[in-house]
Design a binder for this molecule. Structure first.
Ligand code: SAH
Length: 374
């Protein structure tokens, strides 16, 4: 059992599979077969890899190698079609992964509406977004986020990050690139505090699972050195930065990490980020009633990001027990949006997804006190 826990196949790259295959005295083309089975077919057990000879499958299992696809422990379905999965890791920890049919997390104003009961009605979506976790819990301590209340338990491995996506795709019975699937690394945790596993997972998701990097976005609370690292990657998702405040005093109060990397450093990193053709940065801004949502904050924000090729996503606070902030009323949200628009900043108000099942931004804390879907 112990040995099995040490040898999951999911998370291994092609060269690692090549050495494994060699160790077993198998021809080198078996590495590609394993890679395809793990990431493209998304098999659940070594026995299912029908391209491999029986005896090789058996000796893999005997030596403690197993696929390592995380299990789905529970599942909650929202009235807006969003599904929140509680995904179980091998050591008993669990993380949350969110499936959002049709739409990319809800940029209201783009004319789309959530396909109601998408899951029940069959495939009524034409695209879907999976929101992926990078850590169990989070160390960053943003004052408005429920995940922060869990603290940090541990990093996820690359295999566990990829595994979340594979488990959800299997459950939804869809396969990229045929199905249009977007990924956002915006679940539990701070991806840039688990950078190596995160970027390894990205490569496997692009090369193995078949999701183009242009359909992936990673969001950071502002770990500045890793923003530079991401900019230097050959294969990388788009970048979103959780700004959430228009000046340092306010940002330090809401996001203590601002003491380490303040707005000057963060915005410099954003300005230096090597954008590709037609690519834009995203700044996320959670609106907290009468804290950071005044007209003055909107003007200050427009000034702060002037000249950066970016759009702003406004998120009205998703409330939760233990969070001492209120959600602003819609007129305040629209006023904030209007000021940015007038200043020439592309700005969208994100439609909350799955609030009724605690699946929306900032609500991921493994809530189980609601009835799971059967
Ligand atoms: N740690 C990364 C990834 C999480 S992304 C990051 O901070 O960017 C989650 C997004 O949801 C962030 O933009 C965050 O600012 C936002 N968020 C956190 N708590 C929220 C809440 N209660 N309501 C709305 N948005 C929230």
């Amino acid at each position: 059992m112990d040995q099995a826990i040490q040898n999951p196949l999911l998370g291994l790259q092609l060269p690692e599979l090549a050495s494994l295959v060699e160790e077993f005295g198998q021809p080198s083309y078996r590495a590609r077969q394993l890679f395809e089975a793990l990431y493209s077919q998304r098999v659940e057990s070594a026995e299912q890899i029908s391209t491999l000879p029986q005896d090789f499958r058996r000796s893999l299992t005997e030596r403690g190698f197993y696929v390592g696809l995380p299990g789905i422990e529970k599942r909650f379905v929202s009235s807006d079609g969003t599904v929140r999965y509680l995904v179980a890791c091998a050591d008993g920890q669990s993380v949350e992964t969110v499936w959002m049919p049709e739409g990319d997390g809800g940029e209201a104003g783009d004319g789309t509406e959530a396909g109601n009961q998408a899951e029940l009605a069959g495939r009524t979506w034409d695209r879907a977004t999976i929101c992926v976790s990078s850590q169990v819990g989070c160390a960053v301590d943003c004052q408005f986020c429920l995940t922060a209340l869990l603290g940090i338990k541990r990093n996820l491995t690359a295999g566990e990050i990829v595994g979340q996506v594979c488990a959800v795709l299997n459950h939804q019975k869809v396969s990229p690139p045929h199905a249009r699937v977007n990924l956002v690394f915006m679940g539990m945790g701070e991806p840039f505090l688990n950078y190596d596993n995160f970027i390894k997972a990205v490569r496997l998701l692009v090369e193995g699972v078949g999701i183009p990097e242009s359909r992936m976005t990673v969001s950071t609370a502002g770990i500045v050195p890793r923003i530079y690292d991401l900019g230097a990657e050959a294969v990388r998702p788009k970048l979103a930065i959780s700004l959430n405040a228009s000046n340092d005093t306010l940002r330090t109060r809401l996001m203590p990490i601002n003491r380490k990397w303040n707005l000057e450093k963060l915005i410099s990193a954003a300005r230096d980020f090597p954008l590709r053709n037609r690519e834009k940065l995203t700044f996320e801004y959670v609106l907290l009633d009468e804290v950071n949502d005044a007209a003055e904050n909107a003007r200050e924000l427009a000034e702060l990001i002037r000249g950066v090729r970016a759009k702003v996503n406004l998120i009205a606070l998703n409330p939760g027990t233990g969070i001492d902030f209120r959600t602003p009323a819609q007129p305040r949200v629209l006023q904030f949006q209007n000021i940015l628009m007038t200043a020439g900043v592309p700005v969208f108000v994100r439609r909350p997804r799955g609030r009724d099942i605690y699946a929306a931004c900032g609500q991921l804390k493994r809530t189980v006190e609601i009835t799971p879907a059967s």
